[in-house]
Structures are given as C-alpha cells and as structure tokens.
Design a protein around this ligand. Structure first.
Ligand code: HEM
Length: 201
C-alpha cells in the first residue's frame, strides 16, 4: 500500500507542476512567468523530498532517502528564493503594493517558513555541533519532521491560492485539475504517515 500512496503523491505533484509549466510556456513571455515556473518546482521538489523519506524503511534506504531529501530540499530552497525575488521585483518595478492578496500574504509566510525549515534542517545534518552534538541533533529530527508536516500543506495552500489569482485564472481556469492534484498528494501523504507511524528514522 505504501507504494500506491507514494505513487499518488508523485503523480499529484507532477500533475500540478506540469500544469503550471504548461501555462507558463503557452503565454506570451514576460518576466513574471518565472514566479509560477519556479514555485511549481518548489511544489514538486518539496513534496517528493518528503515522500521519499516516508517510504524508506531499512537503514540503507533511509540513508539514500536522506541524500535525496537533501538534494530535493536544496532545489526547493533555491527555487523559492528565486520565485519570491521575481514576484517581489516585478511588483516593485510596476509600483504595485506588496502582499495585498491572500495569496501574497500566505506566500510571504510560506517563503519565510521554508527558509527557516531548510536552514534548521541543514544545520542539524551538517553542523550538529551547533545544537550540542550529533546525538542531540538526531533527537531533534522529530521537530523538523513535525514542522515539515505543517509546512507541506501550507506550501500547497499557498500554491493553490496562486492558481486562483486573477492573472492565473485569466490564462487557465480549471479548478478541478488543481484540486485533483492536491487531493492525490493529500491522500498519499496522509496514507503514508499512518503506515509508517511517523518513524522516518
Ligand atoms: C509555494 C508556492 C508559492 C509562493 C511561496 C508564492 C508567493 C507569492 C508572493 C509572496 C506573492 C506576492 C509578492 C508581492 O506582493 O510582492 C505572490 C504573488 C503572485 N503569485 Fe505566487 N507563490 C507561490 C505559488 C504560485 C503559483 C503556483 C502561482 C500560479 C500558478 C502563483 C501566482 C501568483 C500571482 C499571479 C501573483 C500576483 C498576484 C498576487 O499578489 O496575488 N504563485 N506569490
């Protein structure tokens, strides 16, 4: 069953990201399209990076999954900085007010949360001395895991908000596709939490 749930997560994340990339590659080019393009990468990488850890069971699988997780979340980190920079400078250049829509406000919170989560996770793995040594760092993994499970729905809600922004709807207005993708990821991720009882490591 764990395989089916993981497949649902991957397909859902890919459906969402590829739909965004379909939109951004079909509209006339302008600087802003890099915002949804990069944020779709955030959705795909952040979601996959969690799914892979959920599936790992043996020690060897966990080691491989942790490496994959680091890679995926590093791409997430860089993409979210890029995606935020694009929308922020685009609005600044057009003298538009920042963080006015619910998506923009949620986006600012989500952006900050991703930065904190990534920096904290990377510190635990790469600089365990900061928290008092490897054993202490390992004991703190569970906080990183729990906050990750808060962050993932926040990322998805923010991205769903982006799909309902006026510009996006003027290009592509099929809510059912976004909800199908999010629903697949929700079922798959929650299903895998239960089957592994949160024992990621
Ligand atoms: C985790 C993913 C995302 C984050 C963190 C995020 C973040 C943000 C932020 C902070 C703003 C406001 C910038 C400002 O006011 O200076 C914004 C604007 C915008 N975003 Fe996103 N975004 C995400 C995903 C998406 C997606 C997937 C789309 C489209 C499919 C999208 C479309 C838009 C649009 C059209 C705006 C301009 C209108 C508005 O401010 O509401 N975003 N985003």
């Amino acid at each position: 069953m764990s395989f089916v749930f993981s497949l649902l997560v991957s397909l859902g994340a890919f459906l969402f990201a590829s739909t965004v990339w379909y939109i951004t590659s079909s509209v006339d080019y302008f600087f802003f399209i890099w915002h949804p393009t990069l944020m779709a990468m955030v959705i795909l990488m952040a979601t996959q990076g969690i799914a892979i850890l959920q599936k790992a069971e043996t020690r060897q699988e966990k080691e491989g999954a942790l490496n994959f997780h680091k890679l995926m979340q590093s791409i997430t980190f860089l993409s979210v900085i890029g995606g935020f920079y694009i929308t922020y400078t685009f609005k600044a250049e057009n003298n538009a007010e920042h963080f006015t829509s619910p998506h923009g406000k949620f986006g600012l919170i989500t952006f900050s949360f991703i930065l904190i989560q990534s920096i904290a996770g990377s510190t635990l793995v790469n600089f365990p001395g900061v928290v008092g040594g490897a054993a202490k760092a390992r004991a703190m993994y569970k906080y990183h895991r729990i906050s990750g499970y808060f962050l993932l729905p926040l990322i998805w809600l923010t991205a769903l908000g982006g799909t309902q922004a006026d510009w996006t709807k003027s290009q592509f207005d099929h809510l059912w596709i976004w909800l199908t993708a999010a629903g697949m990821v929700l079922v798959g991720t929650v299903g895998n939490i239960n089957s592994n009882k949160l024992k990621v490591r």
